[in-house]
Design a protein. Sequence first.
Length: 357
Amino acid sequence: MAMLWKFMRVAKYSKTALSPKVKVRGIPIHSRHSSSKSAPSDFAASAPYSNTVELLGKSYPQDDYSNITEKILSKVGKNLHNRKHHPLWLIKEQVKEHFYKHYLGRRGTPLFSVYDGLSPVVTVQQNFDSLLIPQNHASRRKEDNYYLNRDHMLRAHTSAHQWDLIHSGLDAFLAVGDVYRRDTIDNTHYPVFHQMEGVRLFSCHELFSNIKDGEGLQLFEQGHRTAHKQECHTMEAVRLVEFNLKQVLTKLMTHIFGDGLQVRWVDCYFPFTHPSFEMEINFQGEWMEVLGCGVMEQQLVNSAGAQDKIGWAFGLGLERLAMILYDIPDIRLFWSEDERFLKQFIGPHIWQKIKFQ
């Protein structure tokens, strides 16, 4: 799965667990960012000597952590997910339309806000600290990230925007963007890819309003952390949030891949959710992992100023879904400027059935 969610899970375990193989349409691949391979030479070459890095109209002083390269800099601002008729744009628009259509607020307007133009330059605090990722966690390594300096980096996941968007007062949003991880390039790995993050927060009234005798139910308690809940959450609240999360994602994937889709959930670990799950779908006879998700760590929610709410989050890779749905065999094709590739995805509507030729 093309996301740091995946890396967070495998990094918790031993080195022997760092290279699980999964398949995309019969193609064996290593789970993205679960290995410690260095980036290939053309992307890992030293940046030209300079005291500063100029990026998106801002200057960033270089230091001993600076490792961004010219080739990576050339990718920043391409925003393939916003390029009309691009396969990544199609996936983004399909997800966006589904959420706009099926989840409405009190006034009939879309419940979820969509942010697909946020800057990929974030602080280390945004990318790691705000998500409760430990200081010694493997995902922070200089060898795995693109740092402008010790304080700024190219985001490794769209989760880097979670805290800020919640802090701004949002209860439901999708964040979409290009993300960066140093990686060995092959047909399923590339150091720049695209991700979508989803978050939904619930007040006590919102969560229990449709539950019989729900007036007496509470979101929080002083309890103990178990495999199924956080110490501060009631079991009733966690069960409802988990049910809503799985229902939302099942409907989304069924909408994208078609009715009758088989889905299964695998328990896993992420630093920013508990309990946590990976979603797998059975598509054309093969089980494939498509996203990571879970009940948000309350410490994260509290620190962002939403102490009276509980929520879920998920992260998915746009390339992952596009490769499965459109039968695209090589992730490098997404960067192609060849009209023979691009014209295949031009159609009258975003739901047109397309198979890469």
